[in-house]
Design a protein around this ligand. Structure first.
Ligand code: NCD
Length: 310
């Protein structure tokens, strides 16, 4: 049985290990050709039991750009799951073919469960409303690029804080860096879950909670992290429809913000950022997508034990 590292949640890595991954990603950005065959002969399996555009494509292109190959599915009805196979057995089986597994699943805890049975590293690409650690690595690389350092930042996190797995991973991870303060911006019904607050409170993290986006912008955010309301996690469609347009970021609201605030979003966007904001130089969410591919290249190399070539 494989006893090395998996990535299920950001706390699986120390801050030092995270910084090493970010440095490696920066090296890859500077000279991508130097990494074009470091994973030659290796296979990544991407098992997507839930829809995805960015995460699946960015993992697939990351492995291809490292010279490796990719197998997998994005529609579980075409796999043995449809015949009743357990995810544990699927993990055991797939790890006989592949060197590394990426899994996204609607059920919280599935990636962790699979990591117990796989003979290779397992990466959590999103488990229900729980965690999404590779989006966090993407977010951190984006922050380093625009803010130079991950410290002394006032971060507004806006939208569906209850079900947003990218938010849970980002907030708990950022809390381990120096002097980070949060403004949690959400409707009452979609507030940050207690288990996230309980994790950051002992670290002495300062946070406030509000449903007033305009006021938060005026109060001087360095980063505004927007998110969509997670329709698929709602029990009541009516409740979703009532809350889905609670926040819409517009040019007018952007005018209230600091000149060097950046707007991030894990995407997909639905309605929460008006397209008129896209041309604002502070809107970095499409650049964020590009950083996601590079940081996943660095992560794959790290988990496969491949040393930097520079
Ligand atoms: C996110 C996810 O899947 O949690 N998407 C992504 O991977 N970039 C965010 C979302 O779906 O809202």
């Amino acid at each position: 049985m494989y006893s090395g590292k998996h990535l299920i949640q950001p706390s699986d890595f120390t801050i030092e290990e995270i910084n090493d991954i970010l440095s490696l990603a920066k090296h890859i950005i500077q000279n991508p050709k130097a990494y074009a065959d470091v994973c030659k002969g290796m296979v990544l399996a991407s098992l997507f039991y839930e829809p995805s555009t960015r995460t699946k494509f960015s993992f697939d292109t990351a492995m291809l750009r490292l010279g490796g190959q990719v197998i997998g599915f994005s529609d579980p009805t075409t796999s043995s799951t449809a015949k009743g196979e357990t995810v544990a057995d699927s993990a055991k089986t797939v790890s006989k073919y592949a060197d590394i597994i990426v899994v996204r699943h609607p059920k919280e805890g599935t990636a962790k469960l699979m990591s117990k049975f796989a003979d290779c590293p397992v990466i959590n690409a999103g488990d229900g409303g729980h965690q999404h650690p590779t989006q966090t690595l993407t977010d951190l690389l984006t922050i380093v690029n625009y803010k130079k350092e991950i410290k002394n930042l006032k971060v507004g996190v806006c939208g569906d804080l209850k079900f947003g797995r990218t938010i849970h991973s980002l907030v708990t991870c950022l809390s381990r860096f120096e002097n980070i303060e949060f403004v949690f911006i959400s409707p009452e019904e979609l507030k940050m879950p207690g288990y996230v607050k309980e994790e950051i409170e002992p670290l002495g993290i300062k946070y406030t909670e509000t449903d007033n986006l305009e006021q938060a912008m005026k109060d001087g955010l360095d980063i505004l992290y927007m998110s969509r309301v997670q329709r698929e996690r709602f029990i009541s469609e009516e409740e979703y429809l009532r809350l889905k347009d609670f926040f819409i970021l517009t040019k007018e609201k952007m005018a209230l913000a600091k000149k060097d605030m950046i707007v991030m979003h894990p995407l997909p966007r639905v309605n929460e950022i008006a397209t008129e904001v896209d041309s604002d130089p502070r809107a970095v969410y499409f650049e964020q997508v590009r950083f996601g591919m590079y940081v996943r290249m660095a992560l794959i190399m790290t988990l496969l034990g491949i040393k930097d070539v520079q």
